[in-house]
Design a protein around this ligand. Structure first.
Ligand code: GLN
Length: 479
């Protein structure tokens, strides 16, 4: 019987010949089959995964040293290009589309000998918070099948939560890795904007999009991040500076951090009372352990969701104009009179309701007459947020916040109320607007039986502090 605790432990077992990559792949394929009802995967590459595992087992037996992700079974969100594999963004408009190249992150996974086991379900074009906007139907939360897993990377989150792979990749434009990680009780990291190349990631809102990582442990997250990050000639926004590594040999467990939280965030009326209470009592524990914690005023909080939705829909309306039925994917079969009717019919048939809503909203905020009132204004708010945030990180190592105002909600509860769904992004969109790295770690359990996370953010490019602090919390505090 194969069991997985961490990549390090798996590699140890491989070296001892106590297990094999073939055993790992066989195990995950059986688990995926057994948990089909969760709808986490939209494609499984069984044959390829088995072959790759056999090759790796052979290489190892021949004495080749193990590469960083040797035999690590990884699932990817259906928005990442993987050469000669389907790529649909969970949309009808890309039904049956196959990518002719691989994303940089995927190439790096392959170069490190990872095994890509399949594509995960998600909200269409990564737009959503519940995975209910998928052409393939909703994904179920494995802890309680009547609840959503979160979104938009719900399938990737459940794949890790339910033990259907070792780690997975998602994308996070406004919380799509952290929010499902919170709902599923696992770790979800959104690195600094630009840390991982976006080449080959289907664009939703390009100045926000970032690939993120789901896992069960911080060392696994760190290892995957280290492997897939880095500059890229195909993405000018990819960071040139390398990820800093820990050179500090002092005992991290004894380090004391200086942390702040926003009063407005914890006093927000949408925040579940019990989540608030548990986070406040956690803050007391942190203080008792010698960390410095300060509550600060952050009067811009109410502006961040509107700012996010104005800017991301504007970018989406432009990014999604390429799906016109001429170049890729779905094309209407109706007899249409002219080109405009052809576009309109194709896009009406191909895009789901939420995607259509966002394209229209984005077109509206960019239109003459409204551009200054909405788009320019939102850009100004974003600048204020960025400036204020970089000042904050001169005084503090980290900001802490809830990840989501509630625990996982019932499937269907918010699907007819887009505004309620958008407002629940209040805590996650901040990190995307400002570009800072952010993580959700599974520290808490609600009395309703569901898990929830703590969100931590650090300064631009400081994933090292983010991961070290997260590890310290996970090791020292069990709430
Ligand atoms: N829930 C957010 C939205 O709907 C986040 C999406 C994302 O991060 N891809 O836009």
């Amino acid at each position: 019987m194969f069991s997985f605790l961490s990549i390090e432990q798996y590699h140890e077992q491989l070296r001892l010949q106590a297990t094999s990559c073939t055993a790992a792949v066989t195990h995950y394929l059986a688990q995926i089959e057994e948990h089909k009802n969760l709808n986490a995967y939209v494609a499984v590459y069984a044959k390829e995964a088995v072959e790759k595992a056999a090759q790796l087992d052979k290489k190892r037996m021949e004495g080749e040293p193990l590469k960083a992700l040797h035999g690590v079974v990884i699932a990817i969100k259906d928005v990442m290009a993987y050469k000669n594999h389907r790529l649909t963004a969970a949309s009808k408009i890309l039904e049956n589309f196959e990518s002719i190249y691989s994303a940089t992150a995927i190439e790096k996974l392959e170069a490190a000998d990872a095994i890509i086991i399949g594509n995960c379900n998600c909200d269409e074009f990564a737009m959503g918070s519940s995975n209910e906007n998928s052409y393939y139907g909703p994904v179920l939360n494995a802890i309680d099948n009547s609840k959503v897993p979160g979104g938009s990377s719900g399938g990737s989150a459940v794949a890790v939560q339910a033990g259907l792979c070792m780690v997975s990749l998602g994308s996070d434009t406004g919380g799509s890795v952290r929010q499902p990680a919170d709902f599923c009780g696992i770790i979800g990291l959104k690195p600094t904007y630009g840390r991982i190349s976006r080449y080959g990631l289907i664009a939703y809102a390009s100045s926000f999009d970032q690939i993120g990582i789901f896992s069960q442990t911080i060392p696994d997250t760190a290892l995957v991040l280290q492997t897939i990050s880095g500059s890229d000639e195909y993405d000018s926004t990819a960071l040139k500076t390398p990820l800093s590594q820990s050179s500090d040999k002092t005992n991290q467990e004894d380090k004391k951090y200086s942390i702040c939280y926003f009063k407005e965030a914890l006093n927000h009326p949408s925040l579940d009372e019990q989540i608030k209470k548990q986070i406040l009592s956690f803050i007391e524990k942190l203080k008792a352990a010698g960390h410095q914690i300060k509550a600060i005023d952050f009067e811009l909080l109410e502006y961040i969701v509107p700012t996010y939705y104005v800017l991301t829909t504007a970018e989406a309306s432009s990014n999604l104009s390429r799906y016109d039925g001429v170049r890729f994917g779905h094309r209407t079969k109706d007899n249409v009179k002219n080109l405009t009717a052809f576009y309109s019919k194709t896009r009406t048939e191909g895009f789901g309701k939420e995607v259509q809503r966002r394209i229209m909203l984005g077109t509206f905020v960019l239109s003459t007459g409204y551009y200054d009132a909405y788009y320019s204004k939102a850009q100004q708010v974003r600048r204020l947020l960025v400036d204020k945030t970089s000042l904050l990180f001169k005084d503090f190592d980290a900001i802490i916040m809830p990840t989501v105002p509630t625990t996982a909600f019932p499937i269907g509860e918010k699907s007819n109320d887009p505004i309620a769904m958008y407002l629940a992004d209040i805590y996650t969109v901040f990190a995307n607007l400002t570009g800072v790295p952010a993580i959700s770690i599974p520290l808490f359990k609600h009395s309703n039986g569901l898990p929830f996370g703590l969100q931590i953010m650090t300064a631009q490019e400081d994933e090292l502090t983010l991961l070290q602090f997260s590890e310290l919390l996970l090791q020292q505090f069990d709430c």
